[in-house]
Design a protein around this ligand. Structure first.
Ligand code: ASP
Length: 438
């Protein structure tokens, strides 16, 4: 027998129908002893997430606008689910407590966190599990920084008292008892923290897709699923992964090497994707793991004679971008040339100011700017074990008549990044997929 922590995301707990599904999943697997839940998400595309409604309540309060009706919508959703499932979780009292807190100036974090709090109480009652609050067990310091080790100790001790428990995701508390939330989508992090604290064998993250796909299904038709992926590959594919799993969710389980299994609540028979610390043999055996990318980058090419001899050139360069508060996405270098790639939304229309400053401080021979660029990462640990991967990739792009404007092979040797024009992004993605997968 193993031990699993299962986290269910917003769409998996959106209404009574979804809750019946998660109960079946849990009842069919006695290893699932600890359950982490999000607030109810959307039931249909135009629906509102409970968390968004709660943030909206806070905004109304701040602008002295009526918010009671909005809050009533939140309460009604919980009441309807409780009624449909025939559970009495005693939420009415909580509804009153939250309303009182709202009236007396409760913080945004407190209000936003109540979606998870109420849902965890309701689901605990429905499953017959204990409710263990995240306040007092998931700990932040007074500045709002997460305290990993203190939390691990406190939470492990608290959960040891419970054979089965439901824990609300997304938040914890500061030393003064006030509520602090993680960033949006943060219940994934809570799940990971709980998995570490109880020493789980697997952290199951239940959502509405059957794991990661090798490419974006909006671009490539029926891309193959990824059965196994390492943490490192996932980071390299973060352009793609972010919407399925919160980026910070890998850190708590990473040190204890607990695999994360992305699963689909609506298709529980699918094995999903396993995210593991080290690449599995299966992962090494395939050439590439996935392709992901995104549009709207700017490439700035810097030219200066004898750049390679100049001491401190890169330090000064990065200092200038730091002053503008612009992160550098990539930095391919030549002998007397260097390119920096930055995201357009970080640049925020300041390209002229940035180039002027670069020219002034670095005394460049010339500088060139290419806008409307897309970056495309082809990732796989298997790459370093094989010959001819780059040749295959570049041939595929040439055959598809895609002009490659920039190449950057990560030092990890498991990632080749190409810069292409925004307009070529889809064609390039399909060409690479076909070259390696079809
Ligand atoms: N409910 C929160 C959000 O919508 C946290 C989560 O679902 O993970 O961001």
């Amino acid at each position: 027998m193993g031990l699993k922590v299962a986290k269910f995301g917003g769409s998996s707990v959106a209404d009574g129908i979804q809750l019946a599904k998660i109960r079946e999943i849990i009842e069919n697997d006695e290893d699932i002893r600890y359950v982490v839940v999000s607030a109810p998400g959307k039931r249909f595309p135009e629906d509102s997430k409970i968390t968004d409604l709660l943030y909206s309540c806070k905004m109304h309060i701040e602008h002295h606008l009526p918010y009671e009706q909005l809050y009533q919508v939140v309460c009604d959703r919980f009441s309807a689910v409780a009624f449909n499932l025939g559970v009495d979780a005693g939420l009415r009292e909580d509804f009153e407590t939250v309303l009182k807190a709202m009236k007396s100036g409760a913080s945004e974090d407190y209000i936003a966190s109540r979606g998870e709090y109420l849902n965890a109480k309701l689901i605990a009652a429905y499953l017959g599990y204990d409710f263990v609050d995240a306040a007092g067990t998931i700990l932040f310091d007074e500045k709002g920084r997460f305290l990993a080790e203190e939390t691990n100790e406190k939470l492990a001790a608290a959960l040891a008292e419970h054979e089965h428990a439901v824990i609300p995701g997304f938040y914890g508390s500061k030393p003064d008892g006030s509520i602090k939330t993680f960033s949006r989508g943060g219940s994934d992090i809570t799940g990971s923290i709980v998995a570490r604290a109880v020493g789980a064998d697997i952290y199951e993250n239940w959502t509405d897709v059957s794991g990661f796909l090798m490419a974006d299904p909006r671009i490539v038709k029926n891309p193959k699923p990824i059965s196994h992926i390492s943490y490192k590959e996932l980071r390299e594919l973060s352009y793609m992964g972010a919407s399925v799993l919160h980026e910070d969710a890998i850190y708590p389980v990473r040190a204890s090497e607990i695999p994360i299994n992305i699963r689909n609540t609506n298709a529980p028979e699918d094995p999903g994707t396993f995210i593991t610390a080290e690449p599995t043999e299966e992962a090494k055996a395939r050439t590439i793991t996935g392709i992901a990318g995104s549009k709207d980058f700017t490439v700035i090419n810097l030219y200066k004679n004898r750049m390679n001899q100049e001491r401190g050139f890169i330090r000064r360069l990065t200092g200038i971008l730091e002053d503008f508060n612009i992160p550098i996405e990539h930095m391919p270098t030549g002998i007397d040339t260097l390119s920096i790639v930055v995201a357009d939304d970080e640049l925020a229309g300041r390209i002229d100011e940035v180039t002027e400053e670069l020219n002034k401080q670095l005394k460049l021979d010339s500088i060139e700017v290419f806008e409307n660029m897309a970056l495309l990462a082809t990732v796989g640990v298997g790459m370093s074990y094989r010959l001819g991967v780059a040749a295959r990739l570049f041939t595929a792009l040439a055959d598809a008549k895609v002009n490659i404007r920039m190449i950057d092979q990560g030092s990890s040797e498991m990632n080749i990044i190409v810069g292409v024009e925004n307009d070529d992004f889809e064609t390039a993605t399909r060409a690479i997929y076909e070259a390696f997968v079809e």
